[in-house]
Design a protein around this ligand. Structure first.
Ligand code: ZN
Ligand code: ZN
Length: 263
């Protein structure tokens, strides 16, 4: 619920907060209140006044630089805590040892193993089993830890519920400090993450615009809708309505009827 999170203005000495999705600049992730969000404090305000093409190019560069800075920050954190992560992950598969593969920044960018929120790192076990470490990107000021913890718990619980009910998603494991209530929380690592199985697949190239139709060949569209419907049928309403921990989800009116209507 990022729309309910108040982010502090980053101007030194300012005690104002900014509420909601729009709090962070979408290009450089800085948070500034109405008083301080101006050309003197925020380069993007100046760039926004450039002519169309020049502005797009300048903003794109700011976005790229922010992305690289975030990815680099994560890479440094993972390197610093590599041994602790490998030890923790190996305890999930007793008797096996794992290696966490940390790429160079250029290779990570090429790999596209990241999107707007998360970055993935390959975990390999000595018996050729592969898992993934999923790390949340530090895109500007983060929500309070309590919210991040709930989000991680919901994500892992949902994946495991879906997998147990026949949907093709990876099994997942929470980090120890969220799994074990008696765990010493001072030992937690300074980033949010969880672990899940590596499931290979072929990405579908679909239009992500919510207001435009999904254009796929009929057999692929049918498969897409079937898989989507399987997930929705599992999640609503029996699971969410009976799982108090997960009642932050929106209640969408999706039922088996939705599935039947596309047959
Ligand atoms: Zn900006
Ligand atoms: Zn301010």
């Amino acid at each position: 619920m990022p729309e309910l999170v108040e982010h502090p203005c980053s101007f030194t000495g300012c005690t104002s907060t900014v509420l909601g999705w729009e709090a962070k600049c979408q290009f450089c992730n800085v948070v500034l209140c109405d008083v301080h969000d101006n050309e003197n404090n925020h380069e993007c305000c100046r760039l926004a006044r450039l002519e169309h093409d020049e502005r797009n190019e300048a903003m794109y560069k700011v976005k790229q630089a922010t992305r690289e800075k975030n990815l680099n920050h994560i890479l440094e954190q993972i390197k610093t805590h590599q041994a602790a992560l490998e030890k923790e992950i190996s305890t999930i598969r007793p008797g096996h040892t794992c290696s966490l593969i940390i790429p160079q920044l250029e290779d990570l960018i090429k790999s596209k193993w990241y999107a707007g929120f998360n970055v993935h790192f390959l975990i390999t076990f000595e018996d050729d089993v592969d898992w993934l470490l999923r790390v949340r990107q530090p895109y500007g000021p983060s929500p309070p830890q309590e919210i991040s913890d709930i989000v991680m718990t919901i994500e892992v619980t949902t994946l495991n519920f879906l997998k147990a009910n026949g949907v093709s998603v990876p099994g997942a494991w929470l980090p120890k400090h969220l799994e074990d209530v008696n765990c010493n929380t001072s030992a937690r690592l300074p980033f949010d993450y969880f672990i899940y199985e590596f499931v290979e697949g072929k990405p579908l190239k679909i239009n992500k615009n919510l207001y435009k139709p999904i254009e796929l060949p009929p057999n692929e569209l049918r498969k897409f809708v079937e898989e989507y419907a399987k997930i929705q049928i599992q999640l609503f309403p029996t699971y969410l309505l009976n799982t108090p921990k997960l009642d932050l989800y929106p209640r969408l009116p999706v039922t088996p009827k939705t599935f039947e209507s596309v047959q």
